[in-house]
Structure formats: structure tokens, C-alpha cells
Design a protein. Structure first.
Ligand code: GDP
Length: 306
């Protein structure tokens, strides 16, 4: 089994190509939940949703969120009714949020709710929320703290960032399923996701770093120079006092990483890193990167369960 640590764009792009080479049943994805938010009765778990839709074959891969071909009738009707819904939620996407909300409200854990929804969607990969506790990435702005979704979706990332924190302050425990999936993995891949909002929330879950220390871990940088391939990772790295780039990313991940992968175009020099073409514009490039990573895993002596 190969276990991935994932956000909702960079790592799912890699998983798209990996699916051509590795059976879904041999794939486990530990997913960030610190961007989760309740909205108009639904429970949005944006990164979990993206990973579920990817494995269900329904993901909109033009945007890397939502269901391909979804309609927005309910969202548009709610806006006409004056309801605040700053995230454009598709109709089929909303059905998942409502189903998850019902499960959570009737006492299911997020792990159990995700597993139940995954089974209904025909997902064969194991998709594991990082924790069953509610946790939120908050950003500090000159006007006060904002939930990350408020900053990135409502404000379109337009306000200055002064800091990043998590509520609750105390790191949540990783679920037993997550720790077992890391300890039982032939290799762990930290995909090219946002280090601050996607990977750090997973790494700070209690037990995760200790479990990773026992396994071969490969991490892929989401940066080329001081700019991420997409999204707000640069500003977020600066906001936590880290260098925006591969050096800062490698430092954040620390000694848990056995092999750090940088893009061939990246001018930064992380000592001991491996260079690969990590730009995934489509399925071909994703598959090529996945293929190269499987080669690295073999070089590390990992059994690859194809
Ligand atoms: P989010 O949850 O939507 O923020 O998505 P992730 O955290 O999973 O991924 C966002 C990160 O993916 C950004 O920091 C991007 O730089 C990175 N990214 C997106 N596409 C690529 C790509 O093709 N190659 C690499 N190396 N990184 C990418």
C-alpha cells in the first residue's frame, strides 16, 4: 500500500496519473480537513470531496473542485433569496455535503461518514480524513482573524496576511486509521500540496510525525523558485515566517522526509534532493511523474504493490 498526504489540488493531480499505474485498492489518501466548513446545512470538506470525486471519476479536473458538469440551480436560487453563500456549491456537490451533514449529525465520525459516502460513490481507494475533530486554519489579517475559506474564497486572497493559526490551538489527534495507514504503508508520498494549509495541518495531528519517522517518505515540492505552481502558498509561507520555496518547504517537513523532490526548473538547491519534471498540465504529465516516483520508491527498497 502507498499512502499519500493530500490537499485538494497538487496531490490529486498526482493521484490522477498514479491511478493508471497503481490500483485504487492499494492506495490510501490521508486528507487535510482544516479547510472544512459548515454552510447552509451542508458540511463541506473541500479536500476530501476533491479526492472522493477523483476516485469516483466525477471530479471537475478543469478547476480541481466540484463535480464535472454540475449545475448550480440551488446556489443561484439561494443567492436570489438573499442567502449568504460565498462558495459556489454545485447541486450534486451539495448533495454530498448534505449527506455528510446528516451522517455527522446522527453521530457518525468524519472517518465513518467519509467511508460511507466513498462506498456509495464506488470509490475503492481508502480516503481518510486526517482527524475526526473539527479543526480550522485561520489567517490573521489587519481586520482580525478569518477562516481560510473566508480569506481565499470570499476575499479572493486580496487582504494582507499577518499570520496563520489553527483552532483549536491544541493539535488534534490523528485517527487510528490514519496512523495505521502510515505505519502499514510501503511508502508515504507527501504530494505537491500547499505546505501551510494542506500538509502542515496533517503533520501537526498528534502521532503523524512519529508514524512517518518509521516509513520511507518522499515529498514533492509545490514551488518553483519563490512562487508556487498555483495558489496562495507563497504568501502563507511568508505569514508563518518560512521561506517561500523548496528550501522552506523541506525545512517545514523536516527529517521525516527521506527523499525530497524538486522540479527540474527550480533554481533553489535543497541538499540531497532529486530533480523531476513535476509540472502536471494533464494526465500524461501526471502519469510520467507517478512513474518516476514509483522508480524512486523501488530505489529506496520499497515493495510496490501494483
Ligand atoms: P488546495 O487544497 O486546493 O490548496 O490544494 P493543494 O494544497 O493540494 O495544492 C495546492 C498546491 O499545489 C499549490 O501550492 C501549487 O503550487 C501546487 N501545484 C498545483 N499544481 C502543481 C503541479 O503541476 N506541480 C507541482 N509541483 N505543484 C503543483
Amino acid at each position: 500500500m502507498i499512502t499519500f498526504l493530500s490537499g485538494g489540488t497538487g496531490t490529486p493531480k498526482l493521484l490522477l496519473g498514479m491511478r493508471d499505474l497503481l490500483s485504487d485498492a492499494m492506495t490510501t489518501v490521508v486528507v487535510n480537513t482544516a479547510e472544512d466548513i459548515w454552510m447552509n446545512g451542508g458540511h463541506i470538506s473541500p479536500d476530501v470531496d476533491t479526492v472522493l470525486y477523483l476516485f469516483a471519476g466525477t471530479l471537475n479536473t478543469a478547476t480541481w473542485w466540484g463535480v464535472a458538469g454540475d449545475t448550480f440551480s440551488t446556489h443561484e436560487a439561494l443567492i436570489r433569496l438573499g442567502t449568504d453563500e460565498y462558495i459556489a456549491i454545485g447541486d450534486r456537490d451539495r448533495a454530498i455535503h448534505l449527506a455528510r451533514a446528516r451522517l455527522l449529525e446522527s453521530g457518525s465520525s468524519l472517518t465513518a461518514a467519509t467511508s460511507a459516502i466513498a462506498a456509495r460513490l464506488g470509490v475503492r481507494a481508502q480516503v481518510l480524513p486526517m482527524t475526526d475533530e473539527a479543526v480550522a486554519t485561520m489567517v490573521t489579517t489587519p481586520d482580525g482573524p478569518l477562516h481560510f475559506q473566508e480569506y481565499w474564497v470570499r476575499q479572493k486572497g486580496s487582504v494582507p496576511l499577518l499570520g496563520v493559526s489553527w483552532t483549536p490551538i491544541e493539535p488534534p489527534p490523528a485517527t487510528p486509521e490514519v496512523l495505521a495507514a502510515i505505519r502499514g504503508a510501503d511508502a508515504v508520498i507527501i504530494g505537491p500540496s500547499n505546505p501551510v494549509t494542506s500538509i502542515l495541518p496533517i503533520l501537526r495531528c498528534r502521532g503523524v510525525r512519529e508514524a512517518l519517522a518509521e516509513r520511507p517518505v518522499i515529498a514533492i515540492s509545490p514551488f518553483i523558485g519563490d512562487a508556487p505552481v498555483s495558489g496562495p502558498a507563497g504568501a502563507l509561507m511568508r505569514a508563518i515566517g518560512a521561506e517561500p520555496g523548496s528550501l522552506g518547504t523541506a525545512a517545514l517537513y523536516g527529517e521525516t522526509v527521506r527523499l525530497f523532490v524538486q522540479d527540474i526548473r527550480d533554481p533553489a538547491q535543497v541538499p540531497g534532493s532529486v530533480r523531476l519534471d513535476t509540472i502536471m498540465k494533464g494526465r500524461e504529465e501526471s502519469r510520467a511523474l507517478a512513474h518516476a516516483l514509483l522508480g524512486l520508491m523501488r530505489d529506496l527498497g520499497c515493495a510496490i504493490p501494483i
